[in-house]
Ligand binder design. Sequence first.
Ligand code: KG4
Ligand code: ZN
Length: 375
Amino acid sequence: MNAAPALAQSADPRRALTVLGVETSCDDTAAAVARLHADGRVEVLSDETARQYDAHAPFGGIVPEIAARAHAELLDTIVARALDAAGLGLEDLDAVAATAGPGLVGGVMVGLMTAKGLAMGAGLPLVAVNHLEGHALSPRLTEPVDFPYLILLVSGGHSQLLLVRDVGDYVRYGSTIDDAAGEAFDKTAKVLGLKLPGGPALERLAAQGDPDRFDLPRPLKGAAHCDFSFAGLKTATVRAYESLGPEPSDQDRADLAASFQAAVAEVLADRTRNAIARAAADGARALAVVGGVAANATVRAALRAAADEAGLSFLAPPLKWCTDNGAMIALAGAELLRRGRVAPLDVAARPRWPLDQAAAAAKPAIGGGRKGAKA
Ligand code: KG4
Ligand code: ZN
């Protein structure tokens, strides 16, 4: 099996490219049609997502086998809806793109196999998209951001600071050395007795709380590099919760949620300031925050402040494109297609697939292209 995208003849650069994108790497079943114009403008013609929260709720976390089965049940309908909403048939497309990793491999295989079937049946090229590249390019769904730009990618499986030099050209400045930011949100939410999805539930609870009530640690704050750590903060939050006794009040819980959220936002902004200095020297003029945790308003505000201080413009995709979605995969697929990067039909799903070449050569590290660490 050859996992590397094959180089094929590039699509005509003067023509708009219309691509179906399929995303199944975690617990969202998504498909969308996007059109990439020759001038870089993007039109999202449709965007369908089915979330699987209810299927996983009884288990308090995402169960890979259940996710894969749910994708298998939902995906055909979601793809049909995406094509219908765009008013297009397969014959109107230039390619079918699917997330080929990193992610929960059973789910990735469902999406990739479906895309292979569609591509083969319709005689279209297949594009194998790195899920992280989808997130990295997602700011361009709404504006034609110039390369290079800095991204903070913070999701359930990843926390990374990356310089996006071009499509397919990434430099990783730093990543988490333990938990991903979203994972820390989800695990803390569970301790606070909140239902899935943990991050948004914690944010709602925190809105009623006092962020200064609990003095929680700021791991790695002030360190010269751009790496993150959240495990110590998570443990400190659990201890603080236990110190509240067997029945904490709603106000106690809200104060702890707010204090935790403030600590995460402060640490993310601190680490990102280091990356901003490096990225500005490398020519970046914009900071974008992407991934599910980018939906958090406190996190966004802290990062906007860091960008403002440095004179960088600040971008955050609309909330529906912060979390996993098909539109970002369709766009990444169109950009790759434009560069001739289509995949062979035997391309394999990749549970681990770092975006930057240096990390691809290095030993596996949590947050370095692994996904599915949610519990
Ligand atoms: O990008 P995403 O949809 O999936 C992955 O690629 O992991 O990110 C999901 C993560 C989950 O951990 C979720 O709790 C977190 O993003 N998240 C949030 C918020 N919305 C989603 N975390 C904090 N505040 C939010 N509003
Ligand atoms: Zn994601």
